[in-house]
Structures are given as C-alpha cells and as structure tokens.
Design a protein around this ligand. Structure first.
Ligand code: ADP
Ligand code: MG
Length: 254
C-alpha cells in the first residue's frame, strides 16, 4: 500500500452535485504523480477534498495516509499526519507574518508528534531552516516579516506556498496548479524547490492543466483526469502526448 492511497474517491459539492466520480491512485515518497485535466474537470475539488475542506464532501471511498484512514479527519489532523496542499489561489492572512505562521504550523505538527505535549522548535534551528529554504526558493528576505500573502504578487504567493512545504516537510505534497500565473523564471524556481524536496521522505501529487510545469518537474506517473475520473494513466509520455494533442481525444476541447 502506498503512503497516500485514494480508494474509489467520490466528492460532492454542498448541493449534492458529484464532481469527483471514483478516483483511485497511490503516491509514495520519492514519486511524483501528475494529475492533468482540463478546466472544470474537478482537479481543485479533488485537492480540497484531500485536504479536508468542509465544503467538499467525500460521499464514497476513502483516503489512507500511511495505512491510516484519514477520510473523517479535519484539515489540521491531516496536515499533522503529513499531508500538505499548495493552493491554486492562496489566501491572505492579514496580521500574521510568514515567520509566525510557519512557526505555529511547525509547532502544531511537533505537538501532535509528541502526543499532545508542547515541543516548540528551538528558535535558532527554525531561523537556520527558514533562511536556507528562503535562499533556495529565492524568496526575498523581507517577505518573512510581511503578512501571509497580503499584497503578494502571483509569483511570490506560489513561492511562499513551496516555502511552507519546505518548512513543514510533509510526507505527501499536493500542488494545485502551482504553475498558473508564474513566469518562466519563477516556474523554474518552484520546480527546483519541488524536485529538491521529493525524495525518500516526500512524494508529490502535482495537479495541472498544462504540461509546461512538467518540463521542469518530471513526473513518474501521469493520470489524465476528465469529467471527475482518471481516464488514462501512464508514464511521462502521456504528458507529452497531452501537450501535443490536448484533451480532444477524451472528448474535451483542448
Ligand atoms: P478544476 O480545478 O479542474 O478547474 P474545479 O474542481 O475547480 O475544477 O471545479 C469543478 C466543477 O465544480 C466546476 O463546475 C465548478 O464550478 C464546480 N465547483 C467547484 N467548487 C465549487 C463550489 N465551492 N461551489 C460551486 N461550484 C463549485
Ligand atoms: Mg482548479
């Protein structure tokens, strides 16, 4: 069984409309899986349901993380167990600096790992990790003291999402359209960040409309996602084919 296992996952909106119609896949540390689908196919719905967003109800199937069923758990518990979602549209958190946000998130995770006992990260260790991650992801230093995503450019938001992932060290990182709104330099920085994080400790599920990002993050497995279902799975050649031919063959406009 893979580290993240989706078993016949069905997801419906609050009005009952089913958007994700039976998705099964497994992601292990060291692996990059790409889910590629046209606009409106339900990619973000899948990502939100994975993270436990209350507006996206799992009506059938389950989500397993390292063998444990997390389908009924809240977003915070899933995060503590090592799931991380980089959002397509990151929210601003006025009043909370990046630094304090990251420290609280890390400490919440450490507390959960210590069985509910406070175990705050030592400040020098935190500073050292943060500085290293910011340098690697070319996040300007002054951003650390700004409020989370408040007035950030599109590229800054995406880099800060990857910075959070680097600091939180999840088992599985889910990236929803992390490429949209990025120029080519920012795209390369983000991709380099993801590539350096994927390894024995972390796997990634990269959700995207375009094959562009996949030139820089080479996936091991590509799943074509149309109308809420995986309609084809294969290796990186599937992404190349999609880039050349679009989604027409699956009955969708390119
Ligand atoms: P994708 O990310 O592949 O573009 P989404 O998951 O965002 O697709 O959307 C899939 C479908 O679900 C769309 O028809 C969208 O309008 C609808 N949808 C998603 N979230 C909501 C929501 N919160 N309220 C109403 N409709 C939604
Ligand atoms: Mg989306």
């Amino acid at each position: 069984m893979a580290s993240l296992e989706l078993e016949n996952l069905h997801v419906a909106l609050e009005d009952g409309t089913e958007i994700v119609k039976g998705v099964s896949l497994g992601v292990d540390p060291g692996e990059v899986h790409a889910v590629m689908g046209p606009n409106g196919s339900g990619k973000s719905t899948l990502a939100y349901a994975l993270m436990g967003h209350p507006a996206y109800g799992i009506t059938q199937g389950r989500i397993l993380l390292d063998g444990k069923d997390v389908t009924e758990l809240g977003a915070d518990e899933r995060a503590q167990r090592g799931l991380f979602l980089a959002f397509q549209y990151p929210h601003a958190v006025p009043g909370v600096t990046i630094t304090s946000f990251l420290r609280s998130a890390i400490n919440a995770k450490r507390k959960a790992a210590a069985g509910g006992k406070e175990d705050p990260v030592p400040i020098p260790e935190f500073r050292k990790d943060l500085t290293a991650a910011m340098e690697q992801l070319k996040v300007p230093r002054e951003l650390a003291q700004r409020y989370v995503n408040d007035g950030f450019s599109g590229g800054e938001k995406k880099r800060v999402e990857i910075l959070q992932m680097a600091m939180l060290k999840p088992r599985i990182g889910v990236l929803d359209e992390t490429d949209s709104g990025l120029d080519i330099d920012a795209l390369k920085i983000v991709a380099r960040g993801v590539n350096s994080l994927v390894g024995p400790e972390m796997g990634a599920l990269v959700i995207t409309h375009y094959a562009r990002l996949l030139h820089y993050i080479r996936p091991h497995h590509v799943h074509v996602f149309v109308g809420g279902r995986i309609v084809e799975s294969g290796g990186p050649e599937v992404a190349d084919k999609l880039e050349a031919e679009g989604y027409q063959e699956y009955g969708e406009a390119a």
